[in-house]
Design a protein around this ligand. Sequence first.
Ligand code: UDX
Length: 435
Amino acid sequence: MLKISVIGTGYLGATHAACMAELGLDVVGIDTDEKKIAALSVGELPFYEPDLPELLQKHIKGGKLKFTTDFNEIADCDVHFICVGTPQMKDGLAADLSYVKSAFAAVAKVAKPGSLLVGKSTVPVGTAQALAATLPANLELAWNPEFLREGFAVEDTLRPNRLVIGVTSDRAEELLKEVYAQNLKENTPWVRADLPTAELVKVAANSFLATKISFINAMAEVCEAAGGDVTVLAKAIGYDPRIGNRFLQAGIGFGGGCLPKDIRAFMARAEELGASPALEFLREIDSINLRARQRVIDLVRTELSGSNNMDLKSFKIAVLGAAFKPDSDDVRDSPALDIAAQIHDAGADVVVHDPKAIEPAKKRFPNLKFAETIEDCVRGADLILHLTEWKVYRELDPNSLKPLVKQTKILDGRNALDRDKWRQAGWQFHALGRS
Ligand code: UDX
């Protein structure tokens, strides 16, 4: 039986560790953060992810999974997965590789001869080869990018739609086939690549997804100008299987810990490689994305004051949603929270609700007001802004909210609410890209 370690127990690492135990491996998760390790050791997560706490508890109890801060405890592992973060640098677009470098160095110090160090973090192309050059000759390096989505992390890791491995030897591929034996039995597509291609697959996939979202948001802008309806347009083009109907939800755009930072780091790396023109379009993708937030703010102004320039001082605005997407408490680069903060700065009395992300949102924006219930959030509001499409918001009864608000105005920033239902209940309903 293979024994593996997972270095870095954040979002990616904690999920990978629990899922690898579920796939039958012996797993040791390691992190330098003692508090995090103490919590994980009793199956507690510092973030919200459906099904993950249960999986952690199951395998901690069953003895297949343990967590530690002591690197000596991973010395006998056959494969080490490096899952630490690569955030955007504070002073530019590039990715900060300091955590990846120190994780590889720390593992290299204790790893037994012949073991395989596998990078899962999203890194600029060329990082793997540079790291391989720093390892002793008796250790080998591979790259195995991760495509999990927040909110579906367990499902995506247990049943990935493909496994991509960057290797430099058959032996490394065989070891990874042993790790993923269960997935291979279930016919998960297996793509063997060289190191740079494996690194590029991840950023290329995220760039494509970001492009798809910005494409439909650009169409939303044109629909607004021309009197069209972007939701109908998306449905119609999505029937073409070459286009597909997923990731065509127009709205306030993409956020989170991956898409925005990954496309920026990709542009920065292309520049270093002398390939900037190839990724110039990503700059436009980024601007379309940020413009969607501004369009909501402009719409709020016209909705409430009839003009784009007036201040919002006398208005109360209820914001439904703080997380960057539903089923997550992640507020990193959250379009919803960014809009809430900008409207607050413009003088409005803003109250934010979210089913899971209030605490992390409070930490990021302590000046904003938060409500524990939807009712408290909308009470006395001149306008409701729907910015993260949680199921509870999609299922709201417009009639029951009516007596609570000051003005029956709602703006759907995610094109996820039933417009007819709200209008029939007497609400003024507006949405991005729908004239
Ligand atoms: C993404 C990738 O999907 C995943 O493969 C990669 O490993 C990490 O980055 P994630 O950040 O969890 O995953 O979120 P995702 O579901 O991709 O959504 C990203 C953002 O795009 C969210 O803010 C979401 O609200 C937005 N989005 C998504 C849209 O605005 N419209 C859509 O149609 C789809």
